[in-house]
Design a protein around this ligand. Structure first.
Ligand code: 0O2
Length: 240
């Protein structure tokens, strides 16, 4: 591929193939972690916080574009250093509360190192964009050593994802310069989506409350959850 060639090799840094192998491995690691998390949640809490997961490796075209936008030369060194989302995982949750729950669980795993967090849910972008972003590293064990590899994790609700994909399409079509009325309507949609997310979450909490009263297994789980939270608070000074 021509663009792959444009990302020039330089002494001391491995080839394009090795780099992509690392990012692919990081996506596999993250995929397994999330699968285990979802299985455990289903087993212990009888529900899945994760609706679905999408992962992708950034195309060479987008990598080069991002480097150019930042005024950086297209080299492998720059790509590894400046492009944080070469490996990207998007986690789609049902409810806002699941987003923070999943983010905290991941951040607390010993082998995950959180480099940065952008909380566009608490601080939405001017456009109305909402999503929770984390740049993390995961260790990849190769035959001759370990490489901490960056992954961008985006966590959002189904509704936020619906909005973001339409907004992305519109921005692509208008090359980032959509007419004012479209931007305004998109912003209004983002607000509607926030209301919808809040309503759905409160309905779910109500349903869960009723279910806990009726189902002994869920009641037991709620009791354990309170006990665990109290223990954590007592021993580690942290609330769940
Ligand atoms: P693409 O083509 O979708 O991958 P960083 O990645 O941290 O070095 P940046 O861009 O400041 O730099 O990070 P940020 O704000 O966390 O955005 C990262 C990604 O989030 C973007 O990647 C988009 O995928 C998504 N994103 C951010 N803002 C918006 C938005 O307003 N609308 C939509 N639809 N998506 C958004 P890329 O590389 O910009 O684009």
């Amino acid at each position: 591929m021509e663009l792959e060639k444009e990302i020039q090799n330089y002494d001391g840094v491995d080839s394009w193939e090795t780099i992509i192998l690392l990012y692919n491995s990081a996506l596999k690691e993250m995929g397994t972690k999330l699968e285990i998390l979802n299985d455990e949640f289903q087993h212990v809490h009888q529900y899945n916080p994760i609706e679905h997961i999408k992962s992708r490796i950034k195309t060479p075209e987008s990598i080069v574009k991002k480097l150019r936008r930042r005024g950086q030369e297209s080299t492998i060194e720059n790509m590894v250093k400046y492009v944080n989302d070469i490996a990207g995982v998007r986690i789609i949750c049902s409810f806002n509360s699941d987003i923070y729950r999943v983010a905290n669980i991941l951040a607390n795993q010993n082998d995950i190192n959180v480099l940065s967090i952008k909380d566009y849910i608490k601080n939405p972008k001017e456009s109305g964009y909402k999503s929770y972003h984390m740049i993390v590293t995961v260790p990849i064990f190769l035959s001759d050593g370990v490489v901490d590899t960056k992954v961008e994790i985006q966590i959002r609700t189904v509704a936020m994802d619906f909005w973001a994909s339409l907004e992305h399409k519109i921005n692509y079509k208008y090359e980032g310069d959509a007419p004012e009325h479209i931007k305004r309507e998109l912003f209004e949609c983002a607000e509607m989506i926030s209301d919808l997310d809040a309503k759905m979450m409160s309905l779910n909490e109500e349903i869960r409350g009723v279910a806990e009263k009726q189902d002994p297994k869920l009641r037991e789980e709620a009791k354990h959850k309170t006990e665990r939270a109290l223990l954590r608070e007592r021993f580690y000074g942290e609330a769940e």
